[in-house]
Ligand binder design. Structure first.
Ligand code: NDP
Ligand code: 8X3
Length: 250
């Protein structure tokens, strides 16, 4: 029987590329995000390969997360794979001058949102006695950088939550994989710099950044590993990158 994956943040970047890779691999999809037209467009394209449904919710809205996942039919509730990918950085600023609305967006989305989605899905996996959760962290969760402390803290929390989930869930047949990408060219920097294209482009100047499909390949590898294998942690840097903020630019 084909597996079912629920992917948060499927409207763009890593989440979208993962949906495409999963569809090519025959995995049925529950695509989640806040932009219905993008969900519909992607679902329309992938429906020729696998079964696809969509859920519209903001991961920060606990009631909406629980209601939308709860509204799935019994068939769709047999979720084998959860990709906790939704998240973003908002702004770059020092701790004395940073915007508290940006902090709320990062902590509420990247940390609490991931928790709400997991809380809705873990019981469904426990009922089945199997499952695989992939949490998208970041190199920023392992290495802190100047003016990024709150985003880094939110991703450090993801690292710890991956460990906590693995400790609690392995005994129930549920695997947990933590994926920590370096610089991936997506809408990430455009969101971080609030639509300032020239600032966003500078992030990827002078080197070849990772593409979302590179991360999707690694995720697919992790979820396709045999039952005897748990891929616990993957750190994936761009070829020219040796640390979070150390990038060899031409
Ligand atoms: P994108 O901006 O391209 O995609 C972000 C996705 O997250 C979108 O689909 C967006 O969907 C969704 N999202 C954001 N906030 C919310 C929210 N509150 N509720 C629901 N969905 C939300 O960036 P990436 O693909 O690069 O980012 C994906 C993940 O990868 C993030 O967790 C990010 O932190 C992480 N990451 C990114 C790296 C990079 O360099 N790009 C490196 C390391 C990690 P919508 O707007 O439709 O809701
Ligand atoms: C995104 C990578 O280094 O810009 O998580 O924070 S970084």
């Amino acid at each position: 029987m084909s597996r079912i994956a629920l992917i948060t943040g499927a409207t763009s970047g890593i989440g979208k590329a993962t949906a495409e890779a999963f569809a090519a691999s025959g995995i049925n999809l529950i695509l989640c995000g806040r932009r219905q037209e993008r969900l519909d467009e992607l679902a329309g394209v992938l429906a020729s390969k696998v079964e696809v449904t969509t859920l519209l919710f903001d991961v920060r809205d606990k009631g909406s997360v629980l209601a939308m996942i709860g509204s799935l039919s019994d068939q769709w509730k047999n979720i084998d794979i959860l990709i906790n990918n939704a998240g973003n950085a908002h702004g770059m600023g020092s701790l004395d001058e940073g915007d508290t609305d940006d902090w709320d967006a990062m902590i509420d989305g990247n940390v609490k949102g991931l928790l709400y989605v997991s809380k809705a899905i873990i019981p469904l996996m426990l009922e089945q006695g199997k499952g695989h959760i992939v949490n998208i962290s970041s190199i920023a969760g392992k290495q802190t950088y100047v003016n990024g402390a709150v985003y880094c803290a939110s991703k450090a929390a993801v690292e710890v939550l991956s460990e906590g989930m693995r400790l609690e869930l392995t005994q129930h047949g549920i695997k947990v994989t933590n994926v920590a990408p370096g610089a991936v060219e997506t809408e990430f920097s455009l969101v971080r710099f609030k639509g300032d294209e020239s600032r966003a482009e500078k992030v990827y100047e002078g080197f070849e950044p990772l593409q979302a499909a590179d991360i999707a390949d690694a995720i697919l590898y992790a979820v396709n590993a045999p039952a005897r294998v748990t891929i616990a942690d993957l750190t994936i840097l761009a070829g020219a990158q040796s640390a979070a903020t150390t990038i060899h630019r031409k």
